[in-house]
Design a protein around this ligand. Structure first.
Ligand code: COA
Length: 282
């Protein structure tokens, strides 16, 4: 695992927590941190022991966004270096996370500012502390929300909220972030870790193949018309049934219809039961 000083990984029972680790700079993202996040995410995606990835920051704060000194000022006279690091910064915070095979959760406490909205909104789920502080601060120090921040914000929440917070730069708390839709929900600070773990456990109880296909499909249909979406979803379901090692469809059907051992409205079917389950209809 390519851990570095600026990025740490903690593993526990299938959950790998990636920690942005520059607490003295409120986890502002330096070029070094971008490189380390990119390689860490890449490695965890193929790590068999990692079922869910959580992203958080050290020292009680998520991230104060791009490092204004190291990512901006130090790059002003180095266009080639700046382009290279911008590509890496966008890759891990967008392409990699957005298309990640495994479920991802952002755990937000302390500050979540500017460029940090990209990893916030590229993860599948986000839970914040009620007292976290969010801000699209760019307008306050002289740029617009660049990288892809403006795009992901405009795509993620209602247009009026996106415009309001991008143009005002006002700080808002975790409860407001949940109301507007930047995070799924917020909880008291002392319950944050437990709530993130609870969500991770729920995700790990699902069929991995079906969960991955579901999140890929929900993202993909956003930019399709109805005809394209119907066709794509039909094909995606066929692909799950053809390739799923759990044979989730047959197993789930059998456990509900034949064995009557679970009810889908309240819980997922029991994973890992197919091989001993002779009653699954072929
Ligand atoms: N880039 C570079 N350095 C940053 C930083 C950033 N985005 N955010 C914080 N830091 C540094 C500060 O310069 C300070 O460094 P120093 O100790 O060498 O002086 C250190 O982190 C602590 O910051 P400080 O402002 O003293 O902490 P605070 O808890 O009082 O306030 C913030 C925290 C996040 C409210 C404040 O630092 C801030 O407004 N940062 C700018 C955030 C921003 O606009 N980010 C957008 C980038 S896209």
């Amino acid at each position: 695992m390519s851990e570095s000083e600026v990025v740490k990984v903690e593993r526990y029972n299938g959950v790998s927590t990636i920690i942005m680790n520059r607490p003295h700079k409120r986890n502002a993202m330096s070029p070094e941190l971008h490189v380390a996040m990119d390689s860490t995410l890449k490695e965890l995606e193929k790590d068999n022991d990692t079922k869910v990835v959580v992203i958080r920051g050290a020292g009680g704060t998520f991230s104060a966004g791009q490092d204004l000194k190291e990512f901006f000022r130090a790059m002003e006279d180095k266009p080639a270096e700046a382009k290279h690091i911008q590509e890496i910064a966008n890759r891990w915070r967008w392409e990699r996370l957005y298309n990640y095979e495994k479920p991802t959760i952002a755990m937000v406490e302390g500050y979540c500012v500017g460029g940090a909205f990209m990893q916030l909104l590229a993860t599948d789920f986000a839970i914040a502390a009620d007292n976290a502080t969010f801000s699209l601060s760019e307008v306050n120090w002289g740029i617009l929300p660049g990288g892809l921040v403006g795009k992901v914000v405009a795509d993620s929440v209602l247009y009026r909220h996106a415009l309001y917070y991008a143009c005002l730069g006002d700080a808002f708390d975790g409860k407001e972030a949940a109301r507007v839709g930047f995070v799924n929900f917020s909880v008291p600070q002392d319950k944050l870790e437990a709530e993130v773990d609870k969500l991770a456990q729920k995700l790990m109880a699902k069929s991995p193949a079906v969960l991955t296909a579901t999140k890929q499909a929900m993202r993909a249909v956003r930019t399709m018309d109805f005809g394209q979406a119907a066709d794509y979803l039909y094909a995606k379901n066929a692909a799950i049934r053809a390739n799923d090692p759990e044979q989730s469809y047959k197993t789930g059907m059998s456990q509900f219809l034949d064995k009557k051992t679970f009810r889908p409205v309240y819980e997922p079917f029991k994973l890992g039961t197919l091989l001993t389950d002779q009653s699954v209809k072929k």
